[in-house]
Write a protein that binds this ligand. Structure first.
Ligand code: MLT
Ligand code: ZN
Length: 485
């Protein structure tokens, strides 16, 4: 079988671009100039793509035709959504065609009775949420890039975000899929069944496969009742062990109605306050750790849609935790705008980190109960390896998913610091591994974590992955060189 390097160097059929233009239309085949940039420049500037062309099909049949055409020419395809991924999963090389799903952005149906909606893969996540809300339903996937990421990319990477604690990952939010396979066939698994025990779960094989097994073109998504009330709080804590204790207490106090429990280190919060216009720290003093907590409910008890009842439960839980010395301070938002500001604090710490110079990023998970030990050990190991490095941890504590990022020492050369990316990754991933964790919790593998796949993924899984890939894509047409080392 021809490998990726051979494919890259092989001249494609000379009329490939003409044929692709006939399929998607001249206007929707981008072959050069500035128009390529949204597809070839990656958000954080870590990767730059080259490609033969970017094809923007309008529907599944066009996707299938593009795949067939490229496969026949021996040209591989990089499926791409909003190009917001951070692991290089949508990065292409000069020989490849990028297939971007942006034009396939229709909400096909919202079915509030069945608590389901059908969407094309190129729908922007925020538009999916809004379409559900317009029908009194809730689509809970929520993450920083939701204004530009596409649901197809969320599915292909099994994205996480801030509501996983209550509603699960993207994988848990999908009922059915449609995908174009490497031979150009369209697989129609677009049902909306809650129960369907008829064989292998192809849907779950494709979710998280990062475009290597098929191109997801549409999905039936699971919807939930729209929350009627929401309580948002910020707590100041002495350490991660206290955060873990608070998480358990508030799950109990709120009858398990927490949707979000995000942990933020002091440096991350102070950085957002310093660098992001209008951002303030609503707590009185400084704390080593902060937790953003959201509880929501559809329970309508009381005359205000359940707001006072839920708030009462959260206040009581926080007060008890304060009396018992679990937390140092807390504030509950009094209005929707205050709530929004608290949530923004969490969102802003991601952007704020770029003002602190170079940053080495991590996306690990450990069992929730092991988060304090993971943080303690990782902090110590980083300080030992690079005493002036500034750990900048934050993350989805409720899911055991910590972004244990590191900001450069202020007086160090940025590039010299970034050159330590791999050794620092190794150090952090090793500790996560020792605690039974994962080196990739919600961002995927792409090309960034291929080495880690080789090192940490068990050989039986890797062998099965290779077989599955060979069975579904023997010509290595779909996103070669990604995910599978
Ligand atoms: C987050 O939790 O804010 C993101 O996953 C962090 C990131 O994009 O690096
Ligand atoms: Zn995250």
């Amino acid at each position: 079988m021809e490998d990726t390097a051979q494919m890259k160097n092989r001249p494609a059929a000379p009329d490939l671009l003409e044929r692709l233009a006939r399929i998607v239309g001249d206007k929707h085949l981008v072959t050069g100039g500035d128009k390529l940039r949204p597809y070839t420049e990656e958000l954080r500037g870590r990767y730059h793509s080259e490609c033969r062309a970017v094809a923007l099909p309008a529907h599944s049949a066009q996707v299938a035709a593009v795949v067939e055409c490229c496969a026949a020419a021996g040209v591989s395809i990089v499926p791409q959504g909003g190009n917001t991924g951070t692991m290089g999963g949508a990065v292409a090389h000069a020989g490849q065609v990028i297939l971007n799903l942006a034009r396939m952005n229709r909400v096909l149906e919202v079915d509030p009775v069945n608590y389901a909606m059908r969407v094309e893969a190129g729908c922007i996540l925020a538009n999916v949420q809004a379409a559900a809300a317009a029908h009194g339903r809730f689509f809970p996937l929520s993450l920083g890039a939701q204004g530009s990421c596409q649901i197809g990319g969320n599915l292909a990477t099994n994205a996480g975000g801030i509501n996983v604690l209550r509603y699960g990952n993207t994988r848990d939010l999908v009922l059915g899929l449609e995908a174009v396979l490497a031979d150009g066939r369209i697989w129609d698994g677009l049902n909306s069944l809650r129960k369907n025990n008829t064989g292998y779960d192809l849907k779950n094989l494709l979710v998280g496969s990062e475009g290597t097994l098929g191109i997801i073109t549409a999905a039936t998504l699971k919807l939930f009742p729209a929350p009627l009330c929401r309580v948002v709080a910020l707590a100041g804590l002495a350490d991660a062990a206290a955060a873990l204790a608070l998480l358990g207490r508030l799950r109990d106090a709120s009858s398990d109605r927490l949707s979000t429990f995000e942990l933020m280190s002091d440096i991350a919060v102070q950085s957002a306050v310093k660098h992001i216009a209008g951002q303030t720290d609503p707590l009185r003093g400084r704390h080593r750790w902060y937790a953003l907590i959201v509880a929501d409910s559809t329970n309508q008890e009381g005359g205000d849609g359940g707001q006072s009842a839920l708030r009462g439960e959260m206040e009581a839980g926080l007060a008890r935790a304060m009396d018992d010395g679990v937390l140092q301070d807390a504030v509950i938002a009094d209005s929707e705008s205050q709530a929004r500001r608290l949530v923004l604090l969490r969102e802003n710490i991601v952007e704020a980190q770029q003002f602190e110079g170079g940053s080495i990023k991590h996306d690990v998970s450990v069992p929730v109960a092991s988060v304090p030990e993971f943080i303690r050990r990782t902090h110590a190991a980083i300080k030992k390896a690079m005493p002036h490095a500034r750990p900048y941890p934050y993350g989805h504590m409720g899911d055991g998913n910590i972004h244990f990022n590191i900001s450069q020492p202020p007086d160090m050369d940025r590039q010299a610091f970034l050159d330590q990316w791999r050794p620092m990754n190794r150090l952090v991933h090793e500790i996560a591994h020792q605690l039974g964790g994962s080196f990739s919790a919600e961002h995927g593998v792409g090309i960034t974590k291929l080495e880690e796949m080789k090192r940490y993924k068990d050989p039986v899984s890797l062998a099965l992955y290779r077989r599955i890939k060979r069975a579904l894509d023997p010509g290595d047409v779909l996103n070669p060189g990604k995910l599978n080392p």
